[in-house]
Design a protein around this ligand. Structure first.
Ligand SMILES: [Zn+2]
Length: 253
């Protein structure tokens, strides 16, 4: 999308961190990542429910063809999504918390660069904003090879960075410093749920991360620096050529 070139977003920033070459190719429309369309659609189905009645109806109208089996029963993934919706809507704390403007678009600048974001639920009166996240299991551990430690899905997907950005953009647009919360719901047949806070220290780390990496990403984006290939992702594999012979000793490093 053209606006992805003009505005930085948490998604593209995280893509840059993973692989500069793939992200630049994507921004230049020469590469389209093969994302899990089905998982994305199920996520959108859930999000549309909490956006508004109309948004949900529209989603169903648009995707009816992909949501049902030939026999006319709802696909398993959507049945689970319905359970995920129900476990939240049946919960008094969720119903109390999840009040405010839905899908609020925010724009602003971070360190002189244009950023944009979309907040699932923004409540300026209460000075909070909430983001719905679906995940396999809320307490699942992910191995971080770089730090050589286990981490949660919150770290795995760097949600503190996204929440830091949203907090800053909300502040710039409305002059209100809001506290972020993640509403997590698991994709298990009987879904687990949690309201998750993010320590201030983690938001400060996210700020530092952006300040450190953003200048280079901007140069790469505008073509002043050559993007680095991660050598591992789908894009890098797709565009790789055999250049040298590898010793078996170096395969897993
Ligand atoms: Zn790559």
């Amino acid at each position: 999308m053209e606006s992805d070139r003009y505005y930085q977003s948490a998604t593209f920033f995280k893509n840059f961190e993973k692989c500069e070459a793939a992200t630049v190719a994507q921004l230049n429309d020469i590469y389209k990542p093969d994302i899990n369309q089905k998982a994305l659609l199920v996520g959108n189905y859930l999000h549309s429910y909490f956006e508004s009645h109309t948004a949900h109806e529209n989603f169903i109208k648009q995707h009816e063809g992909d949501m049902f089996t030939k026999r006319g029963t709802l696909l398993k993934d959507y049945q689970v999504a319905d359970s995920m919706i129900a476990t939240l809507t049946d919960d008094p704390m969720f119903n109390n918390l999840y009040q405010g403007k839905k899908e609020a678009i925010v724009k602003g600048q971070i360190e002189g660069v244009n950023w944009k974001g979309k907040i699932d639920c923004l409540n300026l009166d209460r000075k909070i904003f909430l983001d719905l996240k679906t995940t396999r299991e809320i307490d699942r551990k992910y191995w971080n090879e770089e730090k050589r430690m286990w981490q949660s899905f919150m770290d795995e997907y760097n949600y503190p960075l996204q929440m830091y950005v949203y907090q800053q953009l909300i502040y710039q647009q409305y002059g209100v410093m809001c506290t972020p919360y993640i509403i997590a719901v698991s994709k298990q047949e009987i879904p687990a749920k949690a309201v998750i806070s993010i320590p201030k220290k983690r938001l400060a780390e996210a700020q530092e991360e952006i300040e450190t990496l953003q200048p280079r990403f901007e140069k790469v984006k505008s073509g002043f620096e050559v993007p680095i290939r991660c050598g591992k992702c789908a894009y890098c594999r797709k565009t790789a050529t055999l250049g040298e012979i590898t010793s078996m000793e170096n395969l897993i490093n």
